[in-house]
Design a protein around this ligand. Sequence first.
Ligand code: CTP
Ligand code: MN
Ligand code: MN
Ligand code: MN
Length: 462
Amino acid sequence: SSSSASKTCYQDAKYCCQRITPLNHHNKKLTDALEVLEKQADFLGGDNNSSRALAFRKASTALKALPKTVRNMREVENLCDLKGGKHCKRVVQEILEEGFSSEVEDIMNDEWFQTVKIFTGVFGCGAATGRKWFDMKLRSLEDVRRCQDINLTTEQKHGLKFYDDINTPVTRHEADVIQQIVAAEAQQILPGTTVTVTGGFSRGKTTGHDVDLLISHPEEGKEEGLLAQILYALHKKDFLEYTDVQNSSYNEAAIRQVKRNQVMDHFERCFSIFRLPKRLIQDRSELNTDQSTVKLGENTLKMSPKDQANTQRPTLAEEGSGDVEDTTNKTQNQDNSDETGNADDRNVRTQSQDAGLLDSKLTPCVDSEATSLNDGVRDWVARRVDLIITPHSQYAYALMGWIGSRMFNRSIRDYANREMNMTLTSHGLFDKTKNALIPAKTQREIFEHLKLQYREPKERNC
Ligand code: CTP
Ligand code: MN
Ligand code: MN
Ligand code: MN
């Protein structure tokens, strides 16, 4: 066909933001293996291992963009992200020849790897903590729960308590229900507020490890103070088990001088554990048919068509992306890597505290008698929800950043920096040559400023 020449041309382009990377691709066997090596390197930690992890991720990303299944080494020899990596090449060759990689099998059967994997599934436990617990001779979650020698953070206590819930993949349906609950509260507080599902779901994933909600308002400045009010409303209706609110740390300097590969943005945000009532997810037909009602006990919230228009779901609404299978099986908690997370950020006084709206009731003691007594009859499931507030002027950039993937962001930011002499973040685009910020209303405009062909969210699964 006429497209095949250009296809090979952009599909082995240098940056993955130039390629189309679908969720379902042709080389899952190879990429799964490379992702085990990546995860092992992440668990090991340190600078050297994080470059190794990135090399494995780049190789796996390159394979995801290939138009067909790789059958022999000749087909991958010239892939620029595999060329330099002896280790990647060896593993790919092993799998092509033997059908599996003994090195990867060994890692997966390794006690250290398996245990650190379980530990890092605890909300609030990153690789460094996971290693530490292993070194303390802890081998199971029960061991961690019983251990007297560790001071668990509040996050970790919740993570242990709700381990099974939080490690059960969130479905698209659950994400929609949560979006509607939050949007209904937001509408009541400030009409016109938009609540958008971003993250993996917006790239077409059918499950995820959390729900990422981007909240904004078309009138610049109206978003200020909104998060505290939304959290207060949700709290009053018992939807929140745990919240970690972080103030906005945005200033213009923050976007001009980003640290290399800095992931964390500066938006006001809340990392939460949401109590999703089982009755709201049991019968799909009650809710999911037209997305217009959420049953909340005796009150059924009906959303007006105007309100519905304000609750956007970018990929699925715009493109009807159809049925896509989740190829990853990620239940890890990446937000809470204790190596990248800044502990000081966690301790900043929150706006909600300043407003006097919320108090310690929001983060109830996990050992409280009441909570334990209710355990057997809990009528809700715990789900990780991230709420992010963005001013309207930064919306397109925030949306692109929170749609991800992480690798896509890394790639397009590197591209902007190296090829365009611009700094791209979730807040904006800064042209270092012109010494000017470049506004954008849509994601398309951002791609245009960067002289890149537009890639739909479902094509950003690198
Ligand atoms: N992100 C970010 N800053 C953070 C956390 C996440 O900018 N502190 C971005 C990431 O780049 C990612 C997106 O927000 O692209 C969503 O993050 P996350 O929920 O961790 O990943 P998902 O791609 O949504 O994967 P999953 O479906 O497993 O949740
Ligand atoms: Mn997510
Ligand atoms: Mn998230
Ligand atoms: Mn996350």
